[in-house]
Structure formats: structure tokens, C-alpha cells
Design a protein around this ligand. Structure first.
Ligand SMILES: [Fe+2]
Length: 369
């Protein structure tokens, strides 16, 4: 059945064919082949919507899933470059007297989109590097000075990111010898029966003071309760409007977490209720858009993901607008520190990153006093 949601990618596909392929001076058969390749970009979305229960997109062999997702990425990259080309066409019409070189302009779009896709998909599927940040936390006791917190977020295990990727991420994270590991959401795209084995390496995560997590929006698209149970068995402690107090000698730190608003139960005041006075709070909140409210509650540091850093120019500006101006990196929100991670990975339907590398984050906390 046709879903209205599909109309947008269909229109993007049509625009790309009209703007990039039709003006090319190549044989009709070559145009048809290019059009079919561009069209394959939306094939995966149609499979998602048209497939009856029992077989879904996440059971495609990895290489086929990666190929289809790459074609979707190609279509989006080509559409963005086509917009720039068509803007240039309008300016050419206004200011230039010669004929617009439509064939060469379309050829440039095609080559640029192909190069962007190849480099971008490589960037989107590689195991991320570690990015270190020293973070000054006011009120942090001397015994917790130097505390190492590793953060993974938006792992999005699915048809493209499977067990080998998760295993490498886990090994790299453990090699940092973190005291605490935080995972603020978007673990998986898929059902427990299909993806449990791929996530199993998460059970090897080691941190002497614990591994804590909250749900992201994608956890609610599948079997939430099943995933909470499975991930808890892997040693991951979910904070659902809850907090824990980390103690070292006479120094203390609160780690709090709220579930993603998709589930409707998000309640930050409840998570921080009866928090010990004058003890700094680190809050996990999958989406950064509630940071102003969180800052009013005395949070010292909020860590989020969700935006994937925007993944590529132009799209990053749109993502920023949809997330109250937050897309990647550090922000000062009314005195609260906010860190928006670009994510350890991203949704596997669009596995492309251009000038926006994914990361494993390592925070090293420093006392400000
Ligand atoms: Fe995500």
C-alpha cells in the first residue's frame, strides 16, 4: 500500500532524474540505466512499506542492504547538488549571454554525487575514532578529578552495522579503560530475534563504575520491552527518570537519565528528585532540544545524540533547525554544558557522512575548584 510518507523521496527522485539525467548528452539506454540506478535509491523504502510482516528490510543480506542504502544516499547527495546547479542555471540565465552548458553541468553533478557517495558511505560505515574532551565541572570533588566517561550513542545496529562493527566499537571503548560508560539511546533498528546477536558484544563493555543508558526514539519503533530486557541482561543499566550517585571517598557525582519523549514518560524533575545538594549532575537525554528546561534544573552537563551531526552539509542546517539550533559539539545553555555527539553511527537507511565524522567520545572530568 502506498504511504504518503513515500511521496517526498519519490519527488526527490523525480527531480534528480529530470535535473541530472535528462540534460545529459548520452545514448537513451545510458539515461535509462542511470534513471534506474537513481530509482533504486527509493527501493529500500518501498520494501520497508510494502513488505508484509515476516520479512522486513532488516533481513536483507548486508551487502544488498548497503548497496540500496548507498543508492538512497546517492539520490539525496545528487538532489542537493542539483539544487546548487539549478540555482547556477537561474543566475546564468539572468547574467550570461551564452547558452548554459547543461550537459557538462549535469555531468559534474553526476560525478560529484558519485564521489560524495563513495567517500560518504565509507565515512558512515567505518569504525569511529575516539574523540577526547577535558570537561571542567564545577563542584566536582577532588577524588573524582580525572574520572573517565566514555560515551557511545546512535549505534543504530541494523542491516548495515552488524556484529563485527559492534565488536570493534566495544574493543576500542574498553581499551580506553573508562570508569563509566554512557549510552544515551538509539541502539538498534530491528527486532530482538533478528538483531540480538549483533548487539551481544555490548555485554563485553567494561567500566568499573557501571554502564548506563537511556532510550532513544528508535527504541520505540520496535520491541521496546524486549530490548530493555535484552540490553539489561547485557549489563546495561537503563535510567528511566532515575539517577545514581557515584561516590569516591567524599566526592560524589550524580548520573541521571530520562527516556526519549517518543515513549511519553519523560520526566526530568522526577529523575533529579531528592538529588543530593551541591553534587554535580550529568544528565543523559537522547535529544538535545530540551536542554533549556534541563539547564533550569541545575544540570551541570547534558549529553545527547540524535542529530548525527547532520551527516552532511545542507542537511546539517535542516537538522539544526529541527533541534532548536543544536546539531553537533559543545554548547553553553544558560550556564549548563551541553555536548551533542555526532553519534557512533547513524540510521542504516542513510549511511553517509561528509565532513561529519562519527565518534566514540571520551570525557575526562576535571574539577573546577
Ligand atoms: Fe539516531
Amino acid at each position: 500500500m502506498f504511504n504518503p510518507f513515500m511521496l517526498v523521496p519519490c519527488l526527490i527522485c523525480l527531480y534528480t532524474v529530470l535535473s541530472m539525467i535528462i540534460p545529459l548528452r548520452v545514448p537513451a539506454a545510458a539515461k535509462l540505466l542511470l534513471a534506474l540506478l537513481t530509482l533504486s535509491g527509493i527501493a529500500k523504502l518501498f520494501l520497508l512499506r510494502m513488505t508484509p510482516s515476516g520479512f522486513d528490510i532488516y533481513e536483507l543480506p548486508r551487502n544488498i542492504a548497503l548497496l540500496l542504502s548507498s543508492m538512497f544516499s546517492f539520490m539525496i547527495a545528487a538532489a542537493i547538488i542539483c539544487v546548487i546547479k539549478d540555482a547556477a542555471f537561474v543566475l546564468w540565465k539572468i547574467f550570461a549571454r551564452s547558452k548554459f552548458p547543461a550537459h557538462y553541468a549535469s555531468l559534474c553533478v553526476l560525478i560529484l554525487a558519485a564521489v560524495t557517495t563513495v567517500c560518504g558511505v565509507y565515512g558512515g560505515t567505518r569504525v569511529p575514532d575516539v574523540v577526547r574532551h577535558e570537561v571542567r565541572i564545577s563542584g566536582l570533588g577532588k577524588n573524582l578529578d580525572g574520572l573517565k566517561i566514555a560515551m557511545l550513542v546512535d549505534i543504530h545496529v541494523g542491516s548495515v552495522n552488524r556484529r563485527p562493527f559492534v565488536q570493534e566499537v566495544v574493543d576500542k571503548t574498553n581499551a580506553l579503560n573508562p570508569d563509566i560508560i554512557l549510552i544515551p539511546g538509539d541502539f538498534v533498528d530491528g527486532h530482538v530475534k533478528d538483531r540480538k546477536n549483533d548487539l551481544e558484544p555490548l555485554s563485553q563493555l567494561r567500566a568499573n563504575l557501571g554502564v548506563y543508558a537511556v532510550t532513544g526514539n528508535h527504541e520505540y519503533y520496535y520491541d521496546l520491552q524486549g530490548w530493555l530486557k535484552t540490553l539489561s541482561k547485557f549489563g546495561i543499566n537503563f535510567l528511566e527518570n532515575e539517577r545514581v550517585v557515584i561516590t569516591s571517598g567524599d566526592s560524589r557525582l550524580v548520573i541521571a537519565g530520562v527516556p526519549d519523549p517518543t515513549g511519553g514518560s519523560r520526566n526530568t524533575p522526577k529523575a533529579l528528585e531528592n538529588s543530593p545538594a551541591n553534587v554535580p549532575v550529568i544528565l543523559m537525554d537522547h535529544q538535545p532540544r530540551f536542554s533549556r528546561e534541563n539547564a533550569q534544573l541545575g544540570v551541570a552537563l547534558q549529553v545527547s545524540g540524535h542529530t548525527h551531526g547532520g551527516q552532511m552539509p545542507v542537511i546539517s542546517e535542516l537538522i539544526k533547525r529541527f533541534n532548536k539550533g543544536f546539531v553537533r559539539g559543545w554548547y553553553d545553555v544558560d550556564g549548563m554544558k551541553l555536548y551533542v555527539s555526532p553519534g557512533t553511527s547513524q540510521w542504516d537507511g542513510f549511511p553517509i557522512r561528509v565532513f561529519d565524522p562519527s565518534e566514540i567520545t571520551l570525557f575526562i572530568l576535571k574539577s573546577e575548584d
